[in-house]
Design a protein around this ligand. Structure first.
Ligand SMILES: [Zn+2]
Length: 236
């Protein structure tokens, strides 16, 4: 056991008993961790979620549940929890993260991506973050060519059972994309295209529909947070 300090973000706090709680966090040095908070609901007003900061905890060798000591939010990210356009996206992102990452599975790229919401291109960074998550966990489908005939897919594609098809080969029950979706997918894999990419909220939802369809077919579960995200994101 050792007491450690790492950069991180707490994305979920579940009440446990009386005054205690169990929190889930992403950390730069240890990936996904679980924290036991003995006094989560003290008079100080509790621990903030969806803001970057430093997590101080006792890392247990014998258990997956580490003991939480303290969280110091980095005040330069103060707009994250207070801006619904950011917190809604982070909430969706971490719901997906939670399903795909094992405890202590390392991914330091996430930390860099999380800092980029400051640039205010929320739609673009949101799509890129989920694309990177799928890619880094080995779940991103090959969107550049048809998995049946091998033809290059420039515009519309269709996804079925984790495989991407051209419109001619796609099974009827596939998820069919709009044309611009493939332009955006290509840009995620190419720095130069990415730099010039413009994404509005409707573009964002078109790609998210595809990603969520894919995520639901991999996990076999309905992604509840996305339904809520769609309802709220257009009203804020
Ligand atoms: Zn084809």
């Amino acid at each position: 056991m050792e007491r450690v300090l790492t950069d991180g973000i707490i994305y979920k706090i579940s009440k446990y008993a009386d005054n205690s709680a169990i929190a889930s966090a992403y950390t730069l040095d240890y990936g996904k961790i679980k924290l036991f908070m003995p006094k989560a609901y003290s008079s100080k007003g509790g621990v903030q979620t969806f803001i970057l900061g430093e997590i101080d905890f006792l890392k247990k060798d014998s258990s997956d549940l580490n003991k939480f000591y303290n969280f110091r939010p980095d005040t330069s990210y103060i707009e994250y929890p207070s801006t619904p356009a950011i917190s809604l996206r982070l909430s969706l992102y971490f719901d997906i993260f939670d399903k795909f990452y094992e405890l202590e599975q390392e991914d330091r790229v996430i930390w860099t991506i999380l800092q980029k919401y400051k640039t205010a291109e929320y739609s673009k960074i949101n799509l890129f973050s989920i694309y990177a998550l799928l890619k880094n966990t080995g779940h991103m489908f090959n969107f550049s060519e048809c998995s049946s005939c091998g033809e290059k897919i420039i515009e519309q594609g269709a996804l079925y059972n984790g495989l991407y098809y051209c419109q001619k080969c796609a099974p009827a029950e596939s998820f069919f994309t709009t044309g611009y979706v493939n332009t955006m997918l290509r840009a995620f894999a190419n720095q130069e295209l990415y730099r010039n990419l413009k994404v509005n909220i409707y573009d964002e939802l078109s790609v998210l529909d595809l990603f969520v369809y894919h995520i639901e077919s991999i996990t076999g579960n309905f992604l509840k947070s996305y339904k809520l995200f769609k309802e709220l994101i257009l009203t804020i």
